[in-house]
Design a protein around this ligand. Sequence first.
Ligand SMILES: NC(=O)c1ccc[n+]([C@@H]2O[C@H](COP(=O)([O-])OP(=O)(O)OC[C@H]3O[C@@H](n4cnc5c(N)ncnc54)[C@H](O)[C@@H]3O)[C@@H](O)[C@H]2O)c1
Ligand SMILES: O=C(O)C[C@H](O)C(=O)O
Length: 393
Amino acid sequence: MSDPRVIGAEAIEDARQRGRLIVEVMPGDIVTALAKETAERLGLKLVDGPVEMPAPVRTDGITSLRRVLYRRSPKWQAPSRTPRKARRLGKLALIGAGGVGGNIAHLAAMQDMAEEIALIDIAPGVAAATALDLNHTSGITGAGGRCIGGETLDMVGGAEVVVVTAGRARSPGMTRADLIDVNARVIRQAAEAIRSEAPNAVVIVVTNPLDEMTVEMLRATGFPRERVLGMAGTLDSSRFRNALAQAAGVSPADVDAITLGSHGDEMAPISSRATIKGRPLSVFLSDAQIEACVKDAITGGGQVVALKKSGSATIAPAHASIELINHMRGARTGHVPVSVMLQGEYGIDGVVLGVPAHLGQGGLVKVEELRLTEAENTALHAAAEAIRGRLGL
Ligand SMILES: NC(=O)c1ccc[n+]([C@@H]2O[C@H](COP(=O)([O-])OP(=O)(O)OC[C@H]3O[C@@H](n4cnc5c(N)ncnc54)[C@H](O)[C@@H]3O)[C@@H](O)[C@H]2O)c1
Ligand SMILES: O=C(O)C[C@H](O)C(=O)O
């Protein structure tokens, strides 16, 4: 048997410096008397780990703790983020093969999720080069899907799913809303091609400003709301979970949290339903820490833009886009935050907004109506009004 872990005063000081409010004591751990004193002085809680502790033993000033400050719900398990075996798409088309589009293509090829991945970009050679580059990986990965690339939008022909990342990204000092006019033109061009060449496709809009561009895509394709989705909530939720995990000093896999509302200043991270290891956030974090995590989720995109100086985040947005496709093809279960046209859900009608929803082969299956606090509901309605205002609805 390995030696027992000794939790001393230093470990408590260290936990405090990392901004933690609890120190987990696992069965068999030994907590020194000084550590106990230090924890009390600093206001840190010593909390039992997942299994109940054995009876307390006292030997020469060393105490093993038995006090159970909280118990996990026996039903709770960390949410599984491992893909299940899923349906392979026939053709996936990507309009825009820049930072986000190129990364989506890479992830899609690595997951071998489609027989054909078509990359389309007006920049000469960019899409064809990326497609060829990706095909060159197949001798290592063994992935059977083929990538093709070109400059004309008719290459969307026959696609089951089209992801649109074409358009300008913002630079420091700009808001996403500053891109409305320039990117709406690109969305209209893409929509025209999708409507005529891939009339049965599900479209995932990524181009910013996300909620407004999703409305533009709906209008220009004339597709039903089920087949026009906007990607933002999966990205913002991942940022929120990352911030919460960092603050609590736990693995992001132990955090369950989502953001709703707009992909902008009116984003609504839903703290009331968020959990860490299946427990409410307040068990692990102070109000100030939770508020800081909310702010981090809302400003995450801007933080990357400020660091990059030109262009915006590409890797996490690509993962978030892939997450939506994986929900559609059955690789993921449960609901996922996605921007959709609301038809009365949450008491909101006629505007695209990020909400939790179930997805399937044909796109939107059902919007999940979660019970929110009054403040969260108000934030959701405020986001809807802000988007309406920007679109002059
Ligand atoms: N929704 C989100 O969460 C999210 C996240 C990240 C980025 N974005 C947005 O996605 C968009 C793309 O970001 P990026 O980092 O990939 O930018 P990027 O500049 O790297 O790539 C955009 C690509 O679009 C191409 N393009 C422009 N007009 C086109 C057209 N008419 N047809 C085909 N291709 C065209 C460009 O040549 C370029 O290669 C931006 O609007 C950005 O703000 C949204
Ligand atoms: O912030 C941006 O402009 C890009 C994107 O919307 C993001 O959140 O990373």
